[in-house]
Ligand binder design. Structure first.
Ligand code: ATP
Length: 264
């Protein structure tokens, strides 16, 4: 990969990050970086600390130790809306949609987030407000067409198929114009067709210049989609590298097999 194309530039750097809940070290002295335009996968057995890591990066919780840098800004312990303004957006493991909102309204919330919820009321009824509202609606149309949901824009988001609900979440995340998109097990519970279609969508998102950090259990997805994998176990980095290195790495096989046997 060439640094001339910007691929080698780290956009997210996690330095010696730790977070404990009582006696449980959910994330333990973890360091890694995500390069620009990568599709970077985080894998690890259940309870390895993957979701905690996402919660730390997005500011939902604060670390006990360590630093998180985004484009050389220190974003450690900033509020989630501040971090979103730096260009980080996410989807959740369990789809979170308001039951009484249409697809269009749900994604509109995403653009509203960009203003921190303060700017729009202040500008209400002004020409500037109307201009921004028009721009936001145009942008939502573009995003809904991109994710294939424009025809369903007036349907209640929570009533769509599971695969389409995930698309709504992705559209809402894209509406904040992220530079880094965090996807927490986005294909969990999807059938094969939905998984394949979502993988194509993630590739297309990435081709638009959005770096993706994805938590996934589906090894086929991870190996096909990502170009860098960080494996964590008990909150620590076990190994990292491209899929061809990780696939048969003895430590990875052992971590997964060992946990599978313990759960058997
Ligand atoms: N809010 C919390 N309070 C107490 N313990 C927590 C909390 N959040 C996570 N943990 C613990 O921290 C560890 C890491 O959990 P986390 O959810 O980050 O793992 P994970 O890798 O995302 O797991 P999974 O693949 O099952 O989603 C687990 O032992 C979990 O029980």
């Amino acid at each position: 990969m060439s640094s001339e194309k910007g691929y080698d530039t780290a956009i997210l750097t996690v330095e010696r990050l730790s977070k404990a809940f009582g006696g449980v070290k959910a994330v333990n002295d973890l360091s890694f970086s995500v390069t620009q335009n990568a599709i970077h996968a985080i894998i690890g057995p259940n309870g390895a600390g993957k979701s905690t890591l996402f919660n730390l990066i997005t500011g939902v919780i604060a670390p006990n130790e360590g630093k998180i840098k985004l484009f050389n800004h220190d974003i450690t312990s900033l509020r989630p809306d501040k971090i979103a303004q730096y260009g980080v957006s996410r989807t959740f493991q369990n789809i979170r949609l308001f039951p009484d909102m249409t697809v269009f309204e749900t994604v509109l919330i995403g653009t509203y987030l960009l203003t921190g919820g303060k700017l729009l009321p202040a500008l209400f009824r002004s020409n500037e407000f109307r201009k921004r509202e028009r721009q936001a609606k145009d942008r939502i149309k573009e995003i809904l067409q991109f994710v294939g949901l424009w025809d369903m824009r007036n349907e209640y988001a929570a009533k769509l198929s599971y695969g389409n609900q995930r698309r709504v979440e992705i559209a809402r995340a894209l509406a904040t114009n992220p530079r880094l998109l965090l996807l927490d097990e986005p294909t969990a519970g999807m059938n094969q067709k939905e998984t394949k279609e979502l993988m194509q969508l993630f590739s297309q998102v990435n081709q638009q210049g959005i770096t993706i950090l994805i938590i996934a259990h589906d090894m086929h997805l991870v190996n096909t989609l990502s170009n860098q994998i960080t494996v964590i176990n008990f909150g620590e980095k076990l190994v990292e590298g491209p899929p061809e290195v990780i696939q048969n790495h003895p430590a990875v096989v052992e971590a997964y097999m060992g946990r599978a046997e313990a759960n058997a």
